[in-house]
Design a protein around this ligand. Structure first.
Ligand code: HEC
Ligand code: HEC
Ligand code: HEC
Length: 143
């Protein structure tokens, strides 16, 4: 009985170590890419030599009420509608209201936001709405 319990504990320890390793790998924020429903922002980024910015909408929605951003922070209900740029963020507006090293990690972590695939336009990523008016353009982005 004793031995078996010890074996089991060893098993769980190994499993635990593996789970931690997997979590670390999966949680690596440097690997962020635009997923379905994310807002890709590329009004200024690529023109200035940066990858498009990606705003993971659901990641934020589960943490904050809509009002925080769409009323209190003045963010428009339209991808690209607000005209968010880097200077405003550094000044503490929009993303910068939280990504200030206090509420969330700071603007120094460029890659965590500028993780979009080069060439992706400003849009709600893979939203069907974008494909309706221009089916020809959408066919290039086949999954
Ligand atoms: C942490 C901030 C934040 C929160 C919280 C948030 N949004 Fe947004 N939302 C944004 C940003 C940023 C954009 C893109 C605006 C831009 O590009 O100018 C956006 C865009 C949108 C859009 C237009 C794009 C689309 O998906 O069609 C809608 C609609 C929207 N939000 C609805 C909501 C609703 C509903 C909630 C609450 C359930 C919510 N948002 C919560 C930041 C937020
Ligand atoms: C109301 C506060 C708030 C605003 C506004 C906000 N964020 Fe965030 N954001 C957070 C918090 C909190 C986290 C989680 C930080 C952590 O895990 O340490 C986060 C995480 C993220 C992540 C990482 C998501 C992941 O999968 O780990 C990205 C990318 C991001 N934000 C981009 C943006 C961009 C781009 C904007 C502006 C368009 C923005 N955020 C505006 C609070 C905010
Ligand atoms: C919290 C998210 C976030 C972080 C962190 C961040 N950016 Fe941005 N950045 C944005 C958003 C959103 C835009 C506007 C996206 C668009 O429409 O092109 C932007 C735009 C830019 C632009 C385009 C020119 C301009 O004036 O807007 C440059 C250049 C830029 N960022 C550089 C950087 C550099 C360098 C860093 C790191 C020191 C950084 N960014 C960190 C979100 C971020």
């Amino acid at each position: 009985m004793r031995l078996r319990l010890k074996d089991r504990l060893c098993g769980w320890a190994a499993f635990g170590a593996m789970a931690v390793a997997l979590l670390l790998a999966a949680g690596n924020p440097g690997e962020a890419r635009a997923e379905y429903g994310d807002v890709v922002m590329n009004q200024y980024s690529e023109a200035a030599g940066m990858r498009p910015a990606v705003f993971p909408h659901w990641f934020h929605r589960v943490r904050y009420s809509c009002k925080v951003c769409h009323s209190d922070l003045g963010i428009k209900l339209q991808a690209g509608g607000t005209g968010i740029d880097m200077l405003k963020i550094i000044d503490g507006a929009y993303c910068g209201a939280c990504h200030n090293g206090n509420v969330a990690w700071s603007v120094e972590r460029c890659d965590l936001c500028h993780s979009g695939k080069p060439g992706t336009p400003t849009q709600v990523h893979q939203s069907t709405i974008q494909k309706l008016p221009a089916p020809a353009a959408a066919s290039g982005a086949k999954k």
